[in-house]
Design a binder for this molecule. Sequence first.
Ligand code: ADP
Ligand code: MG
Length: 732
Amino acid sequence: MSNVRIRALDEFSTHKASRFYEEKRPVSEFFAENVFDMPKMKRYLSPEAYKAVVDAVNYGEKIDREIADQIAYGMKSWAVKMGATHYTHWFHPLTDATAEKHEAFVDPMQGGGVFENFKGGTLIQQEPDASSFPNGGLRNTFEARGYTAWDPGSPAFIIDQTLCIPTVFVAYTGESLDQKTPLLKSIQSLDKAAVAICRMFDKSVNRVNVMLGIEQEYFIVDEAFYRARPDLMICNRTLLGHTAAKDQQLEDHYFGAIPSRVMAFMKDFETEAYKLGVPLKTRHNEVAPNQFEFAPIYGEANISADQNLMMMIIMKKIAKKHRLKVIFHEKPFAGVNGSGKHCNWSIVTNTGVNLLSPGKTPRTNLQFLSFFASVIRGVYEHNHLLMSSVVSLSNMYRLGGNEAPPAVMSIFIGETLTKLVESIEKLTSKNLTSISDKEVKVRSKLHIVNQIPEILPDNTDRNRTSPFAFTGNRFEFRAVGSSCNVASSMFILNGIVAEQLVRFKALVDKEMASGLSQDKAMMKIIRQFLVESRDIRFEGNGYSEEWHREAQRRGLKAINSVPDAYKELISPESVRMFEEQGILSEREAHARYEVLNETYIKKLQIEARVMGDLTTNHVIPTAISFQNSLVENVKGIKELFPDDYAELCKTQLNMIRKISSYVNQLHLYVHDLVEARKVANVIEDIPRKSEAYYSTVFPYMDKIRTVVDKLEMVIDDELWPLPKYREMLFFR
Ligand code: ADP
Ligand code: MG
């Protein structure tokens, strides 16, 4: 066995479960102790400064510089008391990672010594020399300035003695260079559009917030295996590797007992998560071996998105202590389930009403239906854009597989709501009139909805094959990938819903202007939206062949090529929606489009290089050594039995031929892969280059893998250089 593999297996068997962050206090005592949250602000800030933050958070009021100084002083006092020595603006450039540049609090004092200093100006704004962040041409190097600006809506927190201040990141022109800015803008536009409708029901509504609960799936492997696999280390996924004889077919991993080493790790990261104010609720084994999931209690989308990124950071950090590696890649192991980040999405009013929760009275049901129909209508209108928002090199290895949502959008609403929707579709303008004239009728029509809170808890209708499902009081978007920043799909979802809410209100107003009562006008438009978007609703098996044919017939576009999907971001319809909702300008949309393509190219380029190296330096030499041993064997037998050696060595001779043919194929493919890359690399235009990578480089990844995986089955196990799936994918 190769030395690397022996060492990895040895190390693996010696690693034991142990805790590092044990905490004896009950969670309620240390929850959010590392967060500068509202209660702490109340303690550390003057009443005036505290009110300024509250107004900024609740009403988007600007905080002026003088007050900012007071806030900075309070924040610093708290942070220094908590042992923080540094601060950083913490932001999300267009890389799926977070960025931070630490500065020490200390400043020199006149006459010697130092003191902890932190001013309002530094809290509010920084100017990172950030010209090397992806910007899609929004920032030429001669105007390389970028600004980070404090987001008071997401509280500051301390990790590793550093005070992290969530910020947006924009170019000097104000154009967004990050994930948070469009997310915040989309939340604002949805707020505005939704409030206008809510106020038709209840004048005390003045704010609608987007809520998000993120279920995060991930893999865990032993660090020793990770280090022994260059593909895992560099690409976060195995580019090669035959599936194990047993993986998930017995369905014995899902909800199974959590292995003790993983459990110790989970408890440690949960302790840290609680200190960071992340309200973790659920943990369990997922379907695939070594796959797990956690889910916090849902919260404001902006904060949930930030907390999800915080979790990804601390999990990686804590896994190290446990000699484990957390893998957020969507498909690290071929043949077993991939990982997603299910986004549970709802909208609530400042009065505490979940607008996606079926109500108890006809009026609240009418409100529920207005929002429910608008979400469906929006997802229908921009179905391809929403699906495209989850597309990346890594997530496309997962989507459309046999376990992950298909790469075509559809909405599942369940049997009860389907019945209701169908009955609404059947309404005619005549009975619409009678409904509004006699509210009793509305009640009888909508009564089915009234029953829903009683029915849903027992409702077993949970369609796991749908990319976008209504689950009782929220929609769950399941196509989002496990490694990404959810903001990139959530700002699109918010935007497309906001667009329909604006349209809904305008259409209702028009009907009312022409004499219809408000309820009647609303029912009419709800019906219109549901009828218009009928094609997006699908209750059947999303994995089936028939559905793919049916979806095509309905005009729902499936994703096939990544660069093609990205084009959706700059389609005229998408740009119009982004601009009208004030989320992205056309230039910003184009910049993101460039960055997405650039990232795709770079990641595929890296994978292709690693694939070439592994094949040439690991696989082919191993195949040849094994073949040599076969040749030696045949030669020896020939010496002993010169007459019938051919008969005796049938198997060996066959294998020698087979190996030669595999090696030749591999050599040819790797050569062609390198050539295809060379051709693609000289293309200057980024989207064209990305298309070239997709159509000429990408296909070799699969071709090469197939041959290597066959070789793995032929070659002596002792010689194989890389840890195998069956070794990496089981905790004992
Ligand atoms: P399941 O796996 O059955 O879908 P989980 O309990 O694992 O459910 O996760 C559900 C997620 O949805 C949790 O993060 C939960 O807090 C969140 N959630 C529940 N209700 C809402 C809601 N109204 N809006 C947004 N998210 C919600
Ligand atoms: Mg779920």
